[in-house]
Ligand binder design. Sequence first.
Ligand code: G
Ligand code: MN
Length: 248
Amino acid sequence: VMIQRALDEQRIIPYFQPICDATTGGIVIHELLMRIQLEDKIVTANDFIEEAESMGIAHKMDYQLIEKAFRQIKEQGYQGMLFINLSPKALIVGEFVARVHRLAMDFDIAPGRIVFEITERETVSNLSLLEKFVLDIKLQGFSFAIDDFGSGYSSFQYIKRFPVDYIKIEGEFIRNMLTDEVYHAFVKSIVTLAKELRVKTIAEYVEDAETLAEVCRLGIDYAQGYHVSRPSALISVPGGQTDRLSQR
Ligand code: G
Ligand code: MN
């Protein structure tokens, strides 16, 4: 009930977490995250997603989130990339990709700047449906990323089966790679694999300078995490008109 009301009252709020180029430090990507505005505070939507899915309104929340994000991108004059998390449940909504494509056109955002992330964590029961969906994404000019890569039991199978453009390396591996040699070895081998296949890599959960230095040394392309920046209601625009923008 709370979620339905938030949806009806347009209280789904986009948050943006910056992702930097690991070598230059420049912010070139943002990941779109969903928040919900309650009376006096803004909460993460993660706790409500399952309920929303069982109510069959998760995709409506996604549309509201994406539309607001696109509007803000246009208003802020942001020229970088946007990564959008997709719930596997969105796959069954036939029109999803076409609708996002239309929205992108409405706000003058080239599909080449949009990347859909699918997490490896939730096992997708219907792989051929996912396959069709990913092909659809690519046909419309969007790109595709595997989120939390390494967290599942058959990570390599995803690489084999889908046209992957980006791998987001599981945050637990990155966060622990300086103290755990097994995780360090995992990360190294993921980078080797990705380079061989010309897939771009992103390290998640980069929480300190030492980790960022190692990310760079290992040849990972991009870094995301609290050390780079926390998620925020505003997009960081290089050259910065960020500060004078209204929060909505
Ligand atoms: O799996 P995914 O990357 O979509 O998860 C994003 C979530 O992870 C966000 O809710 C964000 O707040 C959180 N997050 C982002 N960066 C960090 C980090 O450096 N450390 C921790 N613990 N959480 C993070
Ligand atoms: Mn993600």
